[in-house]
Every structure is written in C-alpha cells, then in structure tokens.
Design a protein around this ligand. Structure first.
Ligand code: FAD
Length: 280
C-alpha cells in the first residue's frame, strides 16, 4: 500500500444501546489504524435519517472525518436541502450520494429526484463545493440497469453532475473492477473509483446480499464455503485469506484505496487490513 492509497470504513447506524456500545468499541479499534474517513449508511435495513446523523456525530466525536450516506428516493428537494444545511453546520465535508431503494412492499411516492445523478446535481446547486461527493459504482453492473453500457453511461452522468470520486459495490473478481475502471477512463473520466471490500463471515448472509445487489460469488468460493457448513472459525479464516489476497491484488495493480464494509465489526476488517503489505 502506498501513501496515496487510502483506506475508508463503512458503518451502519446501531439499532439499540447495546449495538451502539459494540459499534463504538469496533470503531475505536479500527480508528487506531487511521482510516482516511468513515461513512455511515442511510436507510439500508430500515435505519432512519436521524440514526445516520446521530451515528455521524458519534464518529465525529471519536475524532474522525465522517461522511453520511444520503439517498434521494422518496425525498423532496426541500427536505434534502434542510439535511444538507444541517450536515454543513455540523462540520461534515463529505457525502455519499445515492439514489437508494424503495423499501420492498412500499409503493407510493418516489420523491422529486429519481436518480443519483440528479441528487449530485442538486447538492452542487444547493451547497456549491461545500462537500466532497462520493457516488456508487457497479463493476458487475447495477441489477436494475438495462445493459452494462447504459449503466456506465449513468455512472458517467453522476461524475459529470459533480461527483468527486466513487466507491464500488463489492465484488470478488478483480478483473471486473479493472475492466470497469478502464471503460470509465476511456470516457475521459478520471475520478478515483475505490473498490468496496466485503468481508466474508457468514455464507447465508453473503449469498442473500449478493443475490440482491448483483455481486457474483465465484463458484470456487461458494463450494469452499458450502464445505465449511456451520464451522464459523474456518469460514472466517478462509474469508480473511481470500479477501486479504483480493485487497492486496487491487492495491498492487493500482486501485486508489479500499473502502471496507465493516458490518460494524472490527476483527475481520482489522485482520485483512493488517495483512496488507505497506510497501507495494
Ligand atoms: P443510480 O446511480 O441512480 O442508479 C440506479 C439505477 O438506475 C442503475 O441501474 C442505473 O443504471 C439506472 N439509471 C441511472 N440514471 C438513469 C437514467 N437517467 N435513466 C434510466 N436509468 C438510470 N443503499 C441504501 O439504501 N443506503 C445506503 O447507505 C447505501 N449505501 C451504498 C453505498 C455504496 C458504496 C453502494 C455501492 C451502494 C449503496 N447503497 C445504499 C445501495 C444503493 O442505494 C442501491 O444500489 C440503489 O439501487 C442504487 O443507488 P445508486 O446511487 O447507485 O443509483
């Protein structure tokens, strides 16, 4: 890892006091490794906007640069403007701008902005350059995209609307990432596209997530995980080895950094991070 390659971490808002205590313990352990920033999800798994704002405050109080995720689905421009003003007043300098997903089974009002590119444009129009804007990227294509080409066009639109950098959906195939970055660069887009890194700790959960978000679990990984059955220790050791090698490969071949989906747990992310070579 070179000095230009930055590590960032993602957390989600805790649901209760016990989960908050666990989050603080995990965050303190991980912050000792000096991430460039931490981000806090919004809306995923039913968390609330105030949950995101409170968790961001908690992270700021722990002394780190914290970036809330902000999604536009179901929101009005007025509400989004108020949220941006509040974040600015709170000293937030970075936002992860997303479309988000409608909670399943909830029909109704999708809001005034329908795609993340519109949210990025709105943030720039409302807040100028007050925020560094991150957007999502999908090396294996967003599941709702009509084609890989259309998805790339939509990614380019987010950058042209004012995004500064991107974090990818997780993937286990480094070639998909480098192919995506090449195609982005061929469009004249040179923003950093940071790989999102998902630890492997629970096969059933990973399988469910991957089906939803369109991340492919390679057959050999599926087969190895299936062999381990309920043997959590072996799954964990295998996951650290596989994801550690993927992370190192990405850094060695020039990825601008890594963004860890920590799932609010320190130990696996710490184990992977510690095994990265610092002098690639
Ligand atoms: P967009 O970039 O708007 O794309 C969504 C889909 O619409 C794509 O298929 C795209 O190709 C298509 N599209 C875009 N523009 C157009 C257009 N003009 N016309 C037609 N089609 C178009 N979800 C949460 O709920 N909370 C979170 O905190 C959260 N954090 C995330 C963090 C990262 C790093 C990533 C990768 C994802 C995260 N997600 C989160 C999931 C995300 O909200 C979903 O993947 C969502 O379905 C798409 O959001 P987006 O910002 O990528 O949308």
């Amino acid at each position: 890892m070179t000095t230009q390659q930055a590590i960032s971490l993602e957390f989600f808002p805790p649901r209760d006091i016990a989960a908050q205590e666990r989050l603080v313990r995990s965050a303190k352990q991980l912050l000792a490794l000096h991430p460039a920033y931490v981000s806090v999800t919004f809306g995923a798994g039913g968390s609330t906007r105030s949950g995101t704002a409170e968790t961001v405050k908690l992270m700021q109080n722990l002394g780190c640069d914290a970036a809330p995720h902000l999604s536009c689905i179901g929101a009005s421009r007025a509400t989004l403007g108020e949220i941006l003003d509040a974040y600015r007043a709170q000293g937030i300098k970075r936002i992860v701008a997303l479309r988000g997903d409608m909670p399943s089974g909830m029909g109704g009002d999708a809001g005034e902005l329908h795609y993340a590119s519109e949210l990025v444009a709105f943030i720039r129009q409302h807040s100028g350059d007050a925020f560094h804007i991150e957007v999502a990227a999908y090396p294996e294509m967003h599941p709702q995209a009509s084609s890989a080409q259309a998805d790339l066009d939509h990614f380019v639109a987010k950058v042209q609307a004012g995004a500064d950098s991107a974090i990818t959906q997780y993937f286990f195939n480094a070639d998909a990432y480098f192919d995506f970055v090449e195609r982005v660069q061929a469009r004249g887009i040179n923003v950093p596209v940071v790989p999102g890194i998902m630890p492997i700790t629970n096969y059933a959960q990973l399988s469910r997530f991957s089906n939803m978000c369109g991340a492919e679990i390679p057959r050999w990984i599926r087969l190895r995980l299936a062999d381990f059955g309920d043997d959590k220790a072996s799954i964990k050791a295998f996951g650290i080895d596989v994801i550690g090698k993927l992370s190192q490969d990405l850094l060695d071949k020039g990825a601008p950094g890594l963004h860890f989906y920590t799932l609010n747990n320190a130990d696996v992310t710490m184990a992977i991070w510690r095994q990265l070579s610092l002098d690639a």
